[in-house]
Ligand binder design. Structure first.
Ligand code: ADP
Ligand code: MG
Length: 283
């Protein structure tokens, strides 16, 4: 079976649970660094400073949560890291690369293989089928040759438990399924980093817990994960949570990692168990 994590240098066979204190897995390498990031938006009322000097370091293998009130600057900060938007001042380094210096073309190419991005409203292309949505980044990534792309995409969809929906249009499947497809698309070129902006904001709590559990599995498999969330239950399960207030990092919470307890509201076997089985199969 296609091993989506096979080429990931930071893969650690699923033993790192994101806790930086895990004694046998010291992971001190800084993967993402923001230095003095400012972002000014031009508005009708004049310039508005949405980020007021953000300094942040994220190590390889971390699962970091970002919380803060609506309008505090979470998305703006996330967009600096994905390169979707540019800082007015400051530097963004990812894996030793100063991405704030990239041209648009360089940025798009770089992002395609280095970073998976997941959005609140999925952002699947409505005229493409599920599998075509997942294959699209492969066309830009050049990681897989055209003949193997369909099979790879199907394998990733299977990992997300939505392979049976492969030939449907996004509007034909549920929100939870659409987000799984969007995650599959984010993983298309096996990026070491995944960034998600309120990925569960449009899902019911049970589906949100399942999606979050999937994220935790990806972190265990070696991905570095940054997730904006409004969900206190989910944030409470992360070892590192940073709070943004009015465009500034407010405070950080570090907690021991707690393993997520799958929601099993109807007493049946939680879907997450089968996901776990699938993910372990490829590790
Ligand atoms: P959050 O994601 O925490 O809700 P955002 O990062 O989206 O917050 O927005 C931070 C602030 O910047 C808000 O006051 C918002 O109105 C403003 N803002 C965001 N995008 C723009 C834009 N393109 N132009 C002008 N102001 C913006
Ligand atoms: Mg936002």
């Amino acid at each position: 079976m296609f091993n989506i994590f096979g080429n990931n240098q930071s893969s650690n066979n699923g033993r790192n649970n994101g806790n930086q204190n895990t004694p046998n897995q010291p992971r001190e390498d800084v993967l993402i660094e923001l230095k003095g990031i400012q972002k000014e938006y031009k508005t009708d009322a004049g310039p508005f400073l949405a980020l007021k000097g953000i300094d942040l370091k994220i190590k390889s293998g971390e699962f970091v949560g970002v919380i803060g009130k609506s309008g505090s600057g979470k998305s703006t900060m996330i967009n600096m890291i994905t390169g979707i938007d540019r800082p007015t001042a400051g530097e963004v380094w990812v894996n030793g690369t100063p991405i704030h210096k990239f041209s648009e073309n360089q940025m798009a190419k770089w992002r395609g293989t280095n970073m998976g991005v997941v959005f609140q409203f999925f952002q699947l292309l409505p005229t493409l089928t599920v599998i075509e949505n997942v294959m699209l980044p492969m066309d830009f990534g050049n990681k897989y040759n055209p003949r193997e792309r369909r099979e790879k995409a199907l394998d990733i969809l299977a990992l997300m438990d939505v392979d049976s929906q492969a030939d449907k249009l996004p509007t034909m499947i549920s929100g939870g399924q659409q987000q799984r497809v969007a995650i599959a698309r984010a993983l298309a070129n096996d990026p070491p980093i995944v960034v998600a902006d309120e990925p569960t904001g449009n899902l019911d709590s049970k589906t949100a817990a399942q999606v979050f559990e999937l994220f935790q599995k990806l972190v265990e498999q070696g991905k570095t994960f940054l997730m904006v969330t409004h969900d206190d239950d989910l944030a409470g399960q992360l070892s590192r949570v940073i709070t943004i207030t009015d465009g500034q990092l407010d405070h950080e919470d570090h907690r021991p990692v707690q393993k997520i307890v799958p929601h099993s509201q109807n007493g049946s076997k939680p879907e997450s168990e089968s996901e776990e089985a699938q993910l372990e199969e490829v590790s």
